[in-house]
Design a protein around this ligand. Sequence first.
Ligand code: 5AD
Ligand code: SF4
Ligand code: FES
Length: 363
Amino acid sequence: MIDDIIHKGSLSPDKICQLLSATGSEQKELHRAANNVAVTYRGNIVYYRGLIEFSNICIKNCYYCGIRKENKDVVRYDVDEAEILAAARYALKNRFGSVVLQSGERTDTAFVEKINRLITKIKEESNGRLGITLSLGEQTEATYQRWFNSGAHRYLLRIETSDARLYQSLHPDDELHRFSNRLDALNNLKKIGYQTGTGVMIGLPGQTLANLADDLLYIKNTDVDMVGMGPYIEHDNTPLTAQKKHLWPLEVRFNTALNMVAVLRLMMPDINIAAATALQAIDPMGREKALKAGANIIMPNITPTENRKHYLLYDNKPCTDESADDCLSCLNMRISLVGKETGWDEWGDSPHYFKRCEKSPPH
Ligand code: 5AD
Ligand code: SF4
Ligand code: FES
């Protein structure tokens, strides 16, 4: 069946649903096929992106997220520029190839300027060697352009769900949280020339397999270069948890998330797909399992240890007490355990981007 899919090309929503619910030997076959495709198109290599979660201050109120503005129990932090630069230096020294700057969403001038300075300094200090991915939510086209001009070359903005109604049910009904803004932002990122990443949460209350099949088709049609997607995990102090809606069993969320990675790999062989940290909140071997099902990117956490426990988007988030060194040696071991190699000192850009833009890779 899997061979049929790879060789006959396009997948119908029904067929995708069938694959997403694969278990047992069928699931094993699906993951093996996806891993083969990943190895053929992206090598037997895992690329690192050093993740710096530099601030949990956020102007938004997504109903699922632990650091939403209205959560008054969160101790807010904002790592200063010197410490962020030190984390970037750590990534360079340890041959990560690139860093991801992630935080809650802010659009004020001080924030936009801070990011701009950081991008410029990281580029200067590393002689252009360290790649920079941003994961800073919705910004104006002018801001995206400015950061791009300063040297950021990749941007992650998850669509969260491609179903407009489900999206709206997960967010307040106001101008800050419009589905159409999200779509516009993604289009702007692509237009400006970023390597663009998106993704969804899997197993949200009210979400169906048909929604997830549509998500995969949306991702394919949007023609993005990178995808990060993982299971939805409750956070105790959020409106979505308080609504006590019917939840997907954790095991089903987990297996469906792995199957999403595998099916997407079959649909988009040459993109980068991250093994989401949230998988590890359910299964201690979650990320390794994703690497064996078609994922090829890992984001080792290099956030200063004292801040990590305050960046809790969901409960049971792994690596909150560890240091950057702990996560690095832990991941090195886990990657060799699944028989893969690490792409040291490489940006590991997705060839999909260069095909899409007909550019040649810089590295
Ligand atoms: N469970 C899983 N993922 C979450 N995110 C936010 N809250 C949760 C949660 N409760 C994800 C969103 C966001 C990314 C930074 O974290 O998809 O885009
Ligand atoms: Fe803010 Fe992002 Fe959390 Fe939404 S998901 S509340 S934008 S940090
Ligand atoms: Fe952080 Fe294993 S990856 S402790």
